[in-house]
Design a binder for this molecule. Structure first.
Ligand SMILES: Cc1cc2nc3c(=O)[nH]c(=O)nc-3n(C[C@H](O)[C@H](O)[C@H](O)COP(=O)(O)O)c2cc1C
Length: 188
């Protein structure tokens, strides 16, 4: 069982990073092999709509996504973690998702078989404010991303009212909730 964590915040040891670490520890506690990708450290160009992927399912842009595609396809569990930036995912993680148009093309245009049996995904998000709709747009994005790469959206942890770096450590339950999310994901 491999669990891949996609850390979408540019802030190392920030709230998203700490939550994702706990989730990955939870997965590890069930014997899962875990890996964390810090998207901000990678060179991932935004999608340029060259649409080379419609021909053969491969993106024509050569950058760090070359290493990410196989990881996304090999993982049994995927956790996307991101702070809310203007009611959305960070541009770092959104660029990674948009580049998965190549995998979308494999599935929906080229009708290729993706390894989609029993792969599960979860979403972890934090935001400073408390709006009811704070996570709505991002949930849709992550659900559609997972669907495109053959992963089922099975779990989420959405934390409101957390702003400063590391403030999540003062939250009464978020870190243990993240650990439990990772544990559940590794058990599925
Ligand atoms: C560019 C930017 C946009 C933000 N937009 C929102 C927002 O729309 N809603 C919100 O609740 N918080 C917003 N925030 C606050 C962050 O979501 C919050 O500080 C979060 O805890 C940061 O998580 P991190 O430590 O993992 O980076 C924004 C922060 C930045 C830097």
């Amino acid at each position: 069982m491999k669990v891949l964590g996609i850390m979408g915040s540019p802030r190392i040891k920030g709230n998203t990073d700490l939550l994702l670490d706990e989730a990955l520890k939870g997965a590890q506690s069930q014997g899962a092999e875990v890996e964390k990708i810090v998207v901000d450290k990678l060179k991932i160009a935004p999608c340029r709509e060259y649409y080379g992927c419609l021909r053969d399912g491969n993106c024509v842009i050569r950058d760090d996504m070359d290493d990410i595609y196989p990881k996304l396809l090999e993982a049994d569990g995927i956790i996307v973690a991101s702070p809310m930036f203007f009611y959305g995912l960070t541009s770092q993680v959104k660029a990674l998702i948009d580049r998965c148009q190549a995998l979308w093309a494999r599935k929906y245009i080229l009708k290729q078989h993706l390894p989609d049996s029993g792969r599960n995904g979860a979403f972890i998000a934090v935001g400073a404010t408390r709006g009811k709709k704070l996570f709505d747009g991002s949930i849709l994005t992550v659900k559609y991303f997972f669907q495109s790469i053959g992963v089922k959206y099975v779990d989420e942890l959405l934390v409101r009212g957390v702003d400063k770096r590391g403030e999540i450590e003062q939250h009464p339950s978020a870190l243990s909730d993240a650990f439990e999310l990772g544990r559940r994901l590794a058990q599925k």
